[in-house]
Design a binder for this molecule. Structure first.
Ligand code: 1GP
Length: 248
């Protein structure tokens, strides 16, 4: 399966939901169960990754269990070379454009490119922009956070990403953020760029998912939900329904 094509074809007709599973937050078996349940809920794909305590072995074991339990595409959401696994379908080959560190701008990518090619994992080019509060990923990635109300800077980064040839832009408030990126920022960025927009961090309700998708996000990512709520499958089903109902 070509995962980028799958996403691009889907977003021509509908909003897309991706579920982020952090392999450090549960056993591989539990991750497999989550994958099975969220596929039934209508989620379109699985992102796998986390900011801390990630090892290649943990990634391998978790992805294998996910693959046993679901037919959804699995995209690595990397924090470094330790996130690479040959069992994934694709990897967001990403640069945190507002990092103050070369490490997150280009060094991890240089270390990872040859192994990714050799393992035949599909790279999907993505520019990663971290907005306040940024949470753990903002700290770990030494981000110069984009201020919540600074739409001009967000637009400038997103356009720079497009001009540099990135295929996707991800506006990230940070996993577990009290509030997601504002609808105003999503709207402003979407109105200026021609590449697909991914939004995640702090999205926990169908209402919020819908208003962010309505503001122009092509792909909505939720993560923490599956860790924090017993009835996550129901909530994800409602989120998926709410964003798929949006008319183009
Ligand atoms: C993190 O945007 C994702 O990179 C998901 O965030 O865990 O807050 O849903 P949440």
């Amino acid at each position: 399966m070509n995962v980028e094509k799958y996403l691009i074809e889907k977003i021509k007709n509908e909003k897309v939901h991706l579920t982020l599973i952090d392999p450090a937050k549960q056993s591989p078996e539990k991750a497999g169960e989550i994958a099975k349940n969220i596929e039934k809920s209508g989620s379109d794909g699985i992102m796998i990754g986390g900011s801390t305590n990630i090892t290649n072995e943990l990634m391998d074991n978790t992805i294998l269990k996910i693959k046993e339990n679901s037919s959804l595409p699995v995209i690595i959401f990397p924090s470094g070379v330790s996130s690479i696994s040959k069992h994934a379908d694709a990897i967001f080959f990403m640069s945190m454009l507002n990092s103050s560190s070369r490490e997150f701008l280009i060094e991890h990518q240089v270390m990872a490119s040859k192994p990714i090619k050799d393992m035949k994992i599909e790279p999907i080019s993505m520019a990663y922009l971290v907005v306040e509060p940024g949470m753990t990923v903002g700290k770990v990635g030494r981000a110069i956070l984009i201020k919540r109300d600074d739409t001009r800077t967000a637009i400038s980064y997103a356009l720079a990403a497009q001009f540099l040839g990135f295929h996707f832009v991800y506006l990230e408030a940070g996993s577990g953020a009290p509030d997601p990126v504002s609808e105003e920022m999503v709207k402003a960025v979407k109105s200026e760029i021609d590449i697909p927009l991914i939004v995640g961090g702090g999205i926990r309700t169908p209402e919020k998912a819908k208003s962010i998708a309505n503001s122009g996000a092509d792909i909505i990512v939720t993560g923490t939900l599956v860790e924090k709520h017993q009835n996550y499958a129901e909530i994800i089903e409602l989120i998926v329904k709410s964003i798929k109902n949006i008319k183009y």
